[in-house]
Design a protein around this ligand. Sequence first.
Ligand code: HEC
Ligand code: HEC
Length: 224
Amino acid sequence: MPARHRRRRPRPMLPALLLCALATSAPSPAAEDAADDAAAEVTGEQIYAYCVDCHGKRGEGGDGGTYPRIAGLPQPYIDRQLHAFKSQARRTKPMVPIFQHHRFDAEIIDLVAGHVAGFSPPRLSLWPYEPSAAALEAFADKAAFEAAGAELYADACAGCHGADASGDDAGKVPPLIVQYPAYLKKQIGDFARGERKMPADARCGEVPPAQAEAVISHIVELGK
Ligand code: HEC
Ligand code: HEC
């Protein structure tokens, strides 16, 4: 069961709290100093108020993977994604307005990325993965489906994402375990369609749909 499954209504996108905390329209030098102090005091936790409605209290995500789990992802990876949302190199409608706001500069992005990276990864009940009938039809039986997923993962993904799919230590390659299958599937599709840029030497999106389900099923198995 997704950690948060009820429909939530995202907040209005104007980050009022940030605007207050970072207000720089102060007319006098004294007021400017006060504003600088306020900016210095903004914490990752406060900024996270702009994320909580979608990503959950502790970054667990939800709605079956519409909102990915972000808790405990490596800080450099989160940072890079937030900059990619800001520049729209990675296009994600719900997140565009927030990150286009000029107050979400590199410092703010850094702070919130650090805060999210500090959450412990949630315990999500993702196992067992239930493949679609169409995916299963592409294979002789369930065992062949599972074997194909394991083989494809070992051949094409493990080299970067790790044999246990926990990513790398440097935060360049994200973990794939403890992530909603529906979200992983959407990313593979986005990579394939060019809506998300693949690293030059990676093949994250070069997976036909039935195979994608097989490889995701294997990832879920690795993370159980
Ligand atoms: C209105 C909803 C919404 C809000 C608010 C929101 N996000 Fe997101 N976020 C999403 C969605 C939807 C995705 C998945 C995008 C996709 O499918 O590619 C996402 C993706 C992400 C990712 C990428 C995860 C990955 O594994 O690559 C990160 C990191 C992230 N959000 C962080 C944040 C942070 C930090 C905030 C607050 C400053 C925030 N988001 C606010 C909806 C939201
Ligand atoms: C050459 C290294 C490399 C290989 C091989 C590779 N990946 Fe990736 N993958 C990456 C990197 C790096 C990223 C992060 C890209 C970014 O920063 O946006 C990524 C991102 C992803 C994501 C998005 C995760 C998220 O949280 O949004 C998925 C899903 C994914 N890869 C699946 C796969 C699958 C499945 C395979 C095998 C078929 C694979 N990748 C092979 C390097 C690789």
